[in-house]
Design a protein around this ligand. Structure first.
Ligand code: HEM
Ligand SMILES: *[C@@H]1O[C@H](CO)[C@@H](O)[C@H](O)[C@H]1NC(C)=O
Ligand SMILES: *[C@@H]1O[C@H](CO)[C@@H](O)[C@H](O)[C@H]1NC(C)=O
Ligand SMILES: *[C@@H]1O[C@H](CO)[C@@H](O)[C@H](O)[C@H]1NC(C)=O
Ligand SMILES: *[C@@H]1O[C@H](CO)[C@@H](O)[C@H](O)[C@H]1NC(C)=O
Length: 337
């Protein structure tokens, strides 16, 4: 029934209805892979082209964009809320919340993707879906797995500064991390698999200095930290040095999406406390530690679980009700009404 030519514009209009119908399961709107097949069939390739171009001058961009999808989805669902700029008295931007301020990056590239999509198919592809597509393409182009991205999210008209302030923290222990994932419907396999995104990208010194010099207020280093890695990081992040200086999250293959995040954890070379907790916390034994072990020994196992967990994360409270959401024309602003 969906075999009408997407080229004929009348058929394209019919196609919208068909696609929308395919995404409806009973009364519940769900996301689906072919959401834009009729309305913006080239969306995936357009996003990919802009990302490849951005990567030419910014080797870190694939990691940064992958993180944006996470920070979007964990705060009132995957609805592009992260992308809204502040409007005094109206929008308290999530970009200013501690986990994002001076940390989340890649917003100009999201704008460039949006501009390219608006040129090809005006008013069709949501900013929330741009983040989901950009994450998949970024992982794939970095050597990681591919997956069929589910689409059909709408964009929010609101942001949640307090929600963004409560994102998982690098100083959280395993119990707190598990709780924050559970609160959005994600389990321990999701927690361990998604943390594997720390196989690429950069991290500021301020997130490790506590572990290097004053772990839990002991004035001693974190005893779980491998001593050679501690010496290496102490040189890069001296005690009263620049807390914004950058390090590789995975020093073995800094820009490649592979399983080395887990082999690092096995060697007590996790950068963040929240990373090493997954393997070394007393609470991890028999719980998350065996999942780390499994992914450290099988890249295939990691890749297939990561792909599934990204789909699970992308399904956090999808905004599909047109009375609540919209397709923003500019990802930074709610549409003028
Ligand atoms: C489990 C809880 C998590 C915590 C506590 C956490 C924390 C952090 C922190 C502190 C940084 C460095 C920020 C900076 O230095 O400015 C970072 C970077 C990063 N995170 Fe996470 N993260 C978590 C989960 C995730 C997830 C689920 C993903 C994606 C699926 C992700 C992807 C990334 C990436 C790719 C980077 C590097 C970004 C760049 O280079 O711009 N993280 N994370
Ligand atoms: C974000 O960080 C800057 C310093 O770089 C600071 O001036 C600003 O107040 C911070 N924003 C918020 C909302 O706290
Ligand atoms: C984890 O952190 C929370 C909040 O700081 C604390 O209440 C809890 O006791 C900690 N759990 C463990 C096992 O350290
Ligand atoms: C180490 O941390 C504790 C608790 O957070 C703090 O009271 C103490 O001043 C810190 N020591 C140094 C040298 O910064
Ligand atoms: C600290 O490091 C950041 C990131 O490399 C850099 O932009 C900034 O200029 C540095 N600040 C100082 C005071 O050196």
């Amino acid at each position: 029934m969906a075999s009408s030519s997407p080229r004929a514009s009348a058929a394209a209009v019919a196609g919208v209805l068909v696609v929308a119908a395919l995404c409806l399961h009973g009364a519940v709107a769900q996301l689906c892979e072919d959401y834009y097949d009729c309305t913006c069939p080239d969306a995936y390739n357009i996003v990919k082209r802009v990302l490849i171009d951005a990567h030419k001058s910014d080797i870190r961009i694939y990691a940064s964009l992958t993180r944006l999808h996470f920070h979007d989805c964990f705060v009132q669902g995957c609805d592009g809320s992260l992308l809204l700029d502040g409007v005094p008295g109206v929008i308290n931007s999530e970009k200013g919340a501690p986990p994002n301020n001076n940390s989340a990056r890649g917003f100009p590239v999201v704008d460039a993707v949006k501009t390219a999509l608006e040129q090809a198919c005006p008013g069709v592809v949501s900013c929330a879906d741009i983040l989901a597509l950009a994450a998949e393409i970024s992982v794939e182009l970095s050597g990681g797995p591919r997956w069929g991205v589910l689409l059909g999210r709408l964009d929010s008209k609101t942001a949640d500064f307090n929600g963004a302030s409560n994102l998982p923290s690098p100083f959280d222990n395993l119990t707190v991390l598990e709780g924050k994932f559970k609160a959005v419907g994600l389990n321990n396999v999701d927690l361990v698999a998604l943390s594997g995104a720390h196989t690429f990208g950069r991290v500021q010194c301020q997130f490790v200095t506590g572990r290097l010099y004053n772990f839990s207020g002991t004035n001693r280093p974190d005893p779980t930290l491998d001593s050679a890695y501690r010496a290496f990081l102490s040189q890069r992040c001296p005690i009263n040095g620049n807390g914004s200086a950058l390090n590789d999250l995975d020093p073995t293959t800094p820009n490649t999406f592979d399983k080395n995040y887990y082999t690092n954890l096995e060697a007590n070379r996790g950068f963040l406390n929240s990373d090493q907790e997954l393997k070394s916390s007393p609470q991890a034994q028999g719980v998350t530690a065996p999942i780390v072990d499994r992914f450290a020994s099988s890249q295939d196992a990691f890749f297939s679980n990561f792909a599934q967990s990204m789909i699970n994360m992308g399904n956090i409270k999808p905004l599909t009700d047109p009375s609540k959401g919209q397709i923003r024309t500019n990802c930074r602003k709610v549409n003028a009404s």
